[in-house]
Write a protein that binds this ligand. Structure first.
Ligand code: 13P
Ligand code: 13P
Ligand code: MG
Ligand code: MG
Length: 364
C-alpha cells in the first residue's frame, strides 16, 4: 500500500500574500529530499499556489503518520525561520499551534491523505488552491462524481455506473455522514451546497469501495477563533478505470465557480484555473486560484508533474473569471461580494460591534 499525503501551509508571502519566495520553495524541496534519503518518504514534490507551500509526498506509513506529520511540521517551522529572515509577509501565518503535538491536524496546516493499492497505472491529480476556503472542492467534486453532464462515465462506463459515496463533514460540529449518489444526491446537495459549514472530505467508488478523492477540510478560522488568512485547500483525485477520466476530473474547472476567500478572506470571487506560472494572485489579492498537478505513480514514485491547466482550453474560463471579477468588484463592501455577516464574525465585525455597542438607541 502507498499513501499519498498532501500537506500545506502558508508560512509567509512574497510580496504581501501574492506568491512564494523561490528560496522557500527550494528549502521545501531540499528538506523533502532529505526525508526521502533517510527512507521516511518514497518520493516527494514541493510546489506552491500563491503564498501557500504544498508538500506532495508518497510513503508506506499510512494516513496520519506521526513521523510524516512531524517532518512536514518541521519543514514549515524551518521555512518560517527563513521567511522571518527575509521578512516575508505573515511569516508562520498558518502555524497556529506552538509546537508539534503528534499530528498536523488541528495545528493550522491543511492535509489531504489517501492510502491506496497502486493500480497497474495510477494517474492522480493534486489540486492546490489559494485565496479560498475548505469546502471549495464541494462543487467540483459533485460534478466529477455525481453529475453525468460533467462525467460521461457515470452513464456509459460500467465501473462508474453504480455511482460514488460522499463522506461529508460538518466542520463546526465535527460530525461526518456518508451519502450515496445518485440516490441520495439531493440530500447530499442540501448539505454541500453550504460549503462554509459542510465539506466533502472523501469520495469512494461504490463499485469497489476504493477511495477516489480526498480534500483538506481544516478551517483556520474555526481553529483560531479569529481571521488568520484563508484555508487555501488541497485535494487529491485518482483518475481513470473505476474513477472519472483525467478530462472528467478537470472539466468542472471550465467554469470559474464562485468561492469564499479573495481579499482578506472576506469576499466571494471566481475560482480561476491557472498554470503554475500564473498562480500569483495579485488583483485585490486574487481572484482565487487553483492549480492542477498531474502525476503517474510508479511504485510510489511521483512521475511528473504535468501542469494540467496549462491548456488553452481553459482560456475561456480564465476570461470569464476576469469578467466576473470586474462585475463583483463593483459591489465594493456590499454583500454578496463581501461575505455575509456570519462569516465576518472572524474578521473585524466583533471589534466594531463592541465599539458601537453603547451608541445603539431604541428605534424612534
Ligand atoms: P495587515 O492588516 O497586516 O496588512 O493584514 C491584512 C491581511 O493580511 C489581508 O491581506
Ligand atoms: P492568504 O490566506 O492566502 O494568506 O490570504 C490572506 C489575505 O488576507 C489575502 O488578502
Ligand atoms: Mg498569506
Ligand atoms: Mg494563501
Amino acid at each position: 500500500m502507498i499513501t499519498v499525503s498532501a500537506i500545506k501551509a502558508d508560512i509567509g508571502g512574497y510580496v504581501g500574500h501574492t506568491s512564494m519566495h523561490p528560496d522557500i520553495l527550494t528549502l521545501g524541496q531540499e528538506e523533502l529530499e532529505k526525508a526521502r534519503q533517510r527512507g521516511l518518504l518514497v518520493d516527494a514534490h514541493a510546489s506552491h499556489c500563491g503564498d501557500d507551500l504544498f508538500l506532495i509526498m508518497t510513503h508506506e506509513r499510512g494516513e496520519n503518520d506521526q513521523e510524516v506529520h512531524r517532518m512536514a511540521w518541521g519543514i514549515f517551522v524551518k521555512g518560517t525561520e527563513l521567511a522571518k529572515k527575509l521578512k516575508l509577509y505573515g511569516a508562520g501565518q498558518d502555524l497556529l499551534a506552538d509546537a508539534f503535538s503528534g499530528t498536523i491536524r488541528g495545528a493550522g496546516p491543511g492535509s489531504a491523505e489517501m492510502e491506496i493499492d497502486e493500480r497497474p497505472s495510477e494517474p492522480i491529480i493534486v489540486f492546490m488552491g489559494d485565496k479560498t476556503s475548505a469546502g471549495s472542492f464541494n462543487l467540483p467534486f459533485y460534478k466529477m462524481y455525481a453529475d453525468p453532464f460533467n462525467t460521461a462515465g457515470l452513464i456509459i462506463a460500467e465501473n462508474l455506473h453504480q455511482g460514488f459515496t460522499f463522506e461529508i463533514q460538518d466542520v463546526r460540529e465535527h460530525l461526518q455522514i456518508s451519502l450515496n449518489t445518485p440516490e441520495e444526491a439531493y440530500d447530499a446537495l442540501i448539505l454541500i451546497g453550504a460549503p462554509s459549514r459542510y465539506a466533502v472530505k472523501r469520495v469512494y467508488a461504490r463499485s469497489t469501495g476504493e477511495i477516489a478523492a480526498v480534500s483538506s477540510t481544516d478551517k483556520l478560522s474555526l481553529i483560531a477563533g479569529r481571521y488568520v488568512g484563508k484555508d487555501d485547500p488541497v485535494a487529491v483525485a485518482r483518475c481513470q478505470g473505476n474513477f472519472p477520466a483525467v478530462g472528467e476530473i478537470l472539466e468542472p474547472f471550465s467554469t470559474p465557480y464562485l468561492v469564499e476567500g479573495w481579499m482578506r478572506g472576506s469576499h466571494i470571487g471566481p475560482w480561476m484555473p491557472v498554470a503554475l506560472r500564473d498562480a500569483n494572485p495579485s488583483r485585490f489579492d486574487g481572484p482565487p486560484r487553483v492549480v492542477a498537478l498531474g502525476f503517474q505513480l510508479a511504485g510510489g514514485k511521483l512521475v511528473g508533474p504535468r501542469d494540467m491547466f496549462d491548456d488553452p482550453a481553459f482560456d475561456r474560463a480564465r476570461t470569464e473569471a476576469n469578467r466576473v471579477a470586474d462585475y463583483l468588484r463593483k459591489h465594493g463592501p456590499f454583500e454578496p461580494h463581501r461575505l455575509p455577516l456570519e462569516e465576518m464574525e472572524y474578521t473585524t465585525m466583533p471589534l466594531i460591534a463592541k465599539k458601537l455597542a453603547s451608541r445603539w438607541q431604541p428605534m424612534a
